[in-house]
Design a protein around this ligand. Structure first.
Ligand code: DUC
Ligand code: ZN
Ligand code: ZN
Length: 489
């Protein structure tokens, strides 16, 4: 008996990459895509994909999973529940966070998060290292080692009392990222403006969740972006700006990129599909919609879509940061907290792709190739997971989501697979749904059932890669030819 050429053939679907859509069969051997063509034959198993789209599994590069916050709250999800919900939504790789807090050793932090992921993850994963305590040991001893061990990106905060880096610390971390060849990602908001607004709002009795949106004044975003970009340019270090929410923020990024700076940026579904009005609910209910930065206005949504179209923003991540609407999460400070006492964050891993598919493919905004690019290919490239992840291509991991473009779904709390207990997108009607999902050749989701075992996801070691390489352009103060010979980089 001759041996089958493939373990699996996905037959006759419309295959999409970031640049092309074509009808083809996809042949898979073991964990890898080994052929794309017409009339492939000889497989142990076939999946009929006629009438369906065959897309790369989503790559969600900003999600908080089983993460301890500075306030001592752990997200609602475990690696098992979060990655299960990701798989149900067509996502097959995540980058979550290993969060250092003050006093913690970075290697220990990474070991702890590795242990959680090894136990629970059903899809592949990597980590961004959050640096909140940039001691000499962390920056000079631990960080270089951790980057070499495959953690090619760092995240810092410019706001939050126990997390934020001041400008000098930020410059130290930018240099450490540069020396190690890692990407520097940032939550960039002006801390002073937000703190001042919070105090003023609370002192005048404005305590409801909706005032969270007021407290993060729009200028706090553009100001921090400008400052961060200026400091990154000073040391010639590429950066990724997380969760862009305002038109002004997008404009700052466009200008920087126009000047040739290596500034990458993402936005999230909450900024494309919601506005600050969503927080205006009776009583404390608006807490379910609270995230940081907050949702803005319709004009911002339009500006963000335009920025995606132009490439000023390259990716849409979920910023999955789930907190239950009870005493373990949003209501930790009691049943009637003021907005400052409520944890910021929304669940989003499961619906990121269906929301975007509905808008971009079913309703036609920017189209199928752009959907693939911003949800899979571009994030995989920026974080150096490509060509293994992010594309349907020969030699890539067989991480594939087969979408039924006709399936209509009304989103409900009950249908979600994370542990948040609610979704802020409940009630929305979406067209297009992932019906079969493969992770490294394994069919992990089929007929509405997940078959992957907890812990079967693998760690994706990666360096910073091409996106994290400096441009080589030095500002005058850093250029020995122009700074009287001082060697500063
Ligand atoms: N920032 C994030 O990136 N996620 C959740 C909350 C926050 O402030
Ligand atoms: Zn953030
Ligand atoms: Zn986040």
């Amino acid at each position: 008996m001759t041996e089958a050429a493939f373990d699996l053939i996905i037959r006759g679907g419309r295959v999409a990459t970031g640049s092309d859509v074509f009808e083809a069969d996809v042949g898979i051997s073991g964990e890898t895509i080994t052929a794309i063509g017409r009339g492939l034959s000889g497989a142990k198993r076939e999946i009929d994909a006629r009438g369906k789209f065959v897309l790369p599994g989503g790559v969600d590069t900003h999600c908080h999973i089983e993460q301890l916050s500075a306030a001592g709250i752990v997200n609602a999800d475990t690696f098992e529940s979060a990655t299960t919900s990701a798989a149900f939504g067509g996502t097959t790789s995540v980058i979550s966070f290993a969060a250092q807090h003050v006093g913690m050793s970075l290697p220990q932090v990474l070991e702890d998060y590795h242990a959680l992921a090894r136990k629970g993850a059903v899809i592949d994963y990597a980590f961004h290292m959050i640096i909140a305590d940039p001691t000499k040991e962390t920056l000079e001893r631990d960080l270089p080692t951790m980057i070499k061990q495959g953690h090619g990106s760092i995240k810092i905060f410019m706001t939050y009392d126990r997390l934020r880096m001041d400008d000098e610390q930020l410059l130290d971390i930018l240099i450490a990222a540069r020396d190690g060849g890692a990407m520097l990602c940032a939550h960039a908001e002006n801390h002073g403006i937000i703190s001042w607004m919070v105090k003023r709002l609370l002192a005048r009795g404005y305590t409801d969740p909706k005032y969270h949106a007021v407290s993060h004044a729009r200028i706090s975003e553009a100001e921090a972006f400008n400052r961060l970009i200026g400091m990154a340019a000073l040391v010639d270090q590429p950066i990724m700006i997380f969760h862009v929410s305002t038109a002004e923020g997008a404009k700052v990024i466009r200008q920087a990129r126009g000047e040739g700076l290596k500034v990458f940026a993402e936005t999230c579904p909450q900024y494309l599909f919601m506005t600050a009005q969503d927080l205006d609910k009776p009583g404390i209910e608006g807490a379910k919609w609270m995230c940081s930065p907050p949702q803005r206005g319709v004009a911002d949504q339009e500006a963000l879509w335009q920025a995606l179209m132009l490439g000023d923003l390259q990716t849409v991540s979920s910023d999955h940061a789930p907190y239950r609407f009870d005493e373990t999460g949003k209501l930790r400070a009691g049943p009637s907290p003021n907005f400052k006492q409520i944890a910021n964050g929304l669940p989003g891993l499961e619906l990121r792709l269906p929301l975007l598919f509905d808008a971009m493919v079913s309703k036609g905004k920017l189209g199928l190739e752009k959907f693939v690019e911003i949800t899979a290919t571009a994030p995989a490239k920026i974080y150096n997971l490509h060509p293994r992840k992010g594309s349907v291509a020969i030699g890539a991991d067989a991480d594939i989501a087969i979408w039924d473009p006709q399936r209509r779904v009304t989103v409900s709390d009950a249908m979600m697979h994370d542990l948040t207990g609610y979704t802020p997108f409940a009630g929305r009607e979406l067209q297009g749904w992932p019906v079969t999902v493969l992770s490294r050749g394994r069919v992990i989701l089929e007929d509405g059932k997940l078959s992957a075992t907890p812990g079967s996801g693998r760690f994706l070691a990666r360096s910073g890669g091409e996106a994290a390489k400096p441009t080589g352009r030095l500002v005058a103060e850093m250029n020995p030819e122009l700074n009287f010979g001082a060697k500063l980089l």
